[in-house]
Design a protein around this ligand. Structure first.
Ligand SMILES: [Zn+2]
Length: 498
């Protein structure tokens, strides 16, 4: 289809066309053994072809046995996205030839997925979005092809079967997404969900979470879908957003020029910042699916499903809502604490360790200073939750100012020393006592007659200079608010200008 005639020149592509995006995710499930054999899935860094057996090598006569844990992880995912699970599901053979598929078929699920008709909600910069999830099913991963140079400088391809037969869950959305940002945010939220329920480590760079986007455009205000292009090889969330944004612009330019788009699969190149043609998809692939004769249908009884649902932890959306509604945190803090596992754990543990601590300042310390230190550190850091609770308490009761408290936290991270000990050693306890500050305030007034005259003449900023002198005289230990009040009191400036 072309959109010539509907395109108003000089407007943004997004104003003229609506993008229609669906996402397919393949994720490796967190199991100890493979999908249909006892081989270990802990093959990272192992010698190639050291984690295989007749089943995952596809040798004749080898028979598959279902990994119960893998099924359970898909059921958990289904429960977490509110999907329905049929009483009985079955396995199908998806037939195709490729050197990384030793049997010549993949055991998958065709018309009876373990989970169907779910949904996932997430926030974007333009508000909340809910995407419908068509299905989540279970299948097995392929082997890995390694392209290399042979001994005579020729190009060779090697096959590593360690990955062959690893449990893989495919999750497919409806074409409900409309922007590149939504595509990225969906993938991020799905990763968070999968990690929270323990279904997958879902590390994109390690290939445990592979995202493919189907992108098409239609002129705004029209219903029929345009020609769909599949984009793959996106190895990070940033890449997902960039690839989809690029593809929307590319398709809009083609439609504007009156070019017909073709069904194709395109790859994403991070270096070039563009998608490129991989293969045409003139006809849909014919995988000749048929029921897997080596495996019986799989029954999922109600008791098993109930048990899986009952074992689900608090899901990310519920936890964000609890942080906002019950603890009064900002949407930003709630999102950061739920998205970052370390930060979330430290927040919860600090709240539990400190009696009567307000959640908000604890959240500020964790999302601010803790993450600042951790992200800048070369090695993993530890913050003792009880120590952080003490620190937040000292700031809350006026014993420490923010600047000193930052210094104390840095010192604690560096040495593991207790908070009170650091405060005493560095002499950082804030002087909030009016009587104690009074002498210093008097000295500062005597030493700075021109600033004093300015304050008396109503120049509001001069008081800041005098407070600075008090801070200097106390090496930053004065409580600035108390010092300012004492200065105003002595200079007869009752007006609160700041
Ligand atoms: Zn095996």
């Amino acid at each position: 289809m072309t959109a010539t005639g509907t395109a108003a020149p000089g407007t943004e592509a997004s104003e003229r066309y609506e993008a229609v995006i669906g996402i397919e995710v393949h994720c490796q499930l967190r199991t100890e053994s493979k999908m249909f054999c006892p081989c270990s899935t802990a093959y990272d860094g192992a010698r190639p072809n050291s984690h295989c057996c007749p089943v995952c090598l596809g040798l004749p006569g080898a028979l598959p046995v279902i990994n119960r844990r893998a099924v359970e992880l898909v059921l958990s995912t289904g429960a977490a996205i509110g999907a329905t699970t049929p009483d009985a599901t079955r396995w199908d053979r998806k037939n195709y030839f490729y050197p990384d598929l030793p049997k010549g078929y993949q055991i998958s699920q065709y018309d009876l997925p373990l989970a169907a008709a779910g949904a996932l909600a997430f926030d974007t910069s333009n508000g909340p979005v809910t995407v419908r999830i068509t299905r989540a099913h279970l299948e097995e991963d392929t082997a890995k092809l390694v392209h290399a140079e042979g001994p005579r400088g020729d190009r060779i391809s090697l096959v590593d079967f360690n990955r062959s037969g690893v449990p893989l869950m495919e999750i497919v959305t409806e074409p409900d997404l409309r922007t590149a940002e939504q595509a990225r945010r969906y993938a991020e939220e799905l990763q968070l969900l999968l990690r929270t329920i323990g279904a997958s480590d879902a590390d994109m760079e390690r290939g445990q979470l592979r995202v493919e986007a189907n992108v098409s455009l239609r002129p705004r205000g029209t219903e029929p879908f345009g020609t769909r292009v599949e984009v793959k090889n996106m190895n990070s969330f940033r890449a997902v957003e960039h690839a989809v944004a690029f593809e929307i612009e590319r398709q809009a330019a083609a439609l504007d020029a009156g070019e017909a788009l073709r069904m194709e699969t395109r790859g994403w190149s991070d270096e070039r910042g563009e998608t490129y043609h991989m293969r045409s998809k003139e006809t849909s692939d014919d995988y000749r699916y048929f029921p897997e004769p080596d495996l019986p249908p799989l029954r999922v009884d109600a008791a098993w499903l109930t048990e899986v649902r009952g074992a689900l932890p608090e899901l990310p959306a519920a936890r964000r809502a609890r942080y906002r509604d019950a603890l009064g945190l900002s949407a930003y803090d709630a999102a950061v604490l739920v998205a970052d596992a370390d930060a979330g754990r430290l927040f919860e543990a600090t709240l539990a360790a400190g009696e009567g601590l307000e959640p908000k300042p604890v959240a500020n310390w964790v999302t601010g200073d803790y993450l600042r230190i951790r992200n800048a550190a070369a090695a993993p850091i530890t913050v003792d939750p009880a120590a952080l609770a003490t620190l937040v308490g000292l700031v809350a009761d006026g014993s420490l100012n923010r600047t000193s408290a930052r210094q104390v936290l840095d010192a604690h991270v560096e040495s593991g020393e207790g908070i009170e000990a650091i405060v005493a050693r560095l002499g950082l306890r804030q002087i909030s006592d009016t009587a104690a500050l009074g002498t210093i305030v008097d000295e500062v007034i005597a030493a700075n007659p021109s600033a004093v005259a300015d304050v008396r003449a109503g120049k509001a900023q001069a008081i800041g200079f005098l407070v600075g002198q008090v801070m200097k005289a106390t090496r930053g230990q004065a409580n600035a608010a108390v010092a300012q009040a004492a200065l105003r009191d002595r200079l007869g400036d009752g007006e609160r200008t700041n």
